[in-house]
Design a protein around this ligand. Structure first.
Ligand code: FES
Length: 161
């Protein structure tokens, strides 16, 4: 349950706003972090915490692309393929990344580790090819660097189990 596990972060979010409903977006981030997506349970919990109707929370979550309405892999890789990045090889990088992981657009690897999607400009055009992994930027990529990162993330993840 979010309320118990993230009490301190939730209280910090509430403290920044004049009313609880204004904290709905930071609380949705917490829900996504906990469940890996904006699950129906997460929506109900956030709605209760923010004293809102779940339908309102669902509509907010559905409007913004940084909230996922479907389960994602542990590492959500969003590759920018917008024009400036495409001019620096992002399309080919995106294609090779999907081939390397054996997934199509939006799919998750069989082990549940990696989801690959393309997104529009992330405002790091001069660092292409780039992606964000769970909202952290990884820039100036090529497939050699990407393969090393994938190995590192798999290893770190396995060591936590
Ligand atoms: S076009 Fe890719 S970050 Fe701007």
């Amino acid at each position: 349950m979010l309320a118990e596990k993230y009490r301190e972060r939730i209280d910090q979010a509430f403290a920044k706003y004049p009313d609880k409903r204004s904290a709905v977006m930071p609380l949705l981030y917490i829900a996504q972090e906990e469940y890996g997506w904006i699950s129906p349970d997460g929506i109900v919990e956030v709605a209760a915490l923010c004293e809102m109707d779940p339908t309102q929370v669902r509509s907010i979550a559905g409007f913004y692309t940084m909230y996922s309405e479907h389960p994602k892999g542990k590492f959500w890789l969003q590759v920018c393929t917008d024009l400036p990045c495409a001019l620096k090889g992002a399309d080919e990088f995106h294609k090779q990344l999907k081939e390397y992981l054996g997934v199509r657009e939006g799919e998750t690897t069989n082990d549940g580790m990696f989801t690959v999607e393309h997104v529009m400009c992330l405002a790091a055009c001069d660092k292409a090819p780039m992606l964000q992994c769970n909202f952290h930027y990884v820039e100036n990529l090529d497939m050699d660097k990407m393969k090393a990162l994938i190995d590192q993330w798999r290893s770190e993840s396995n060591n936590k189990v």
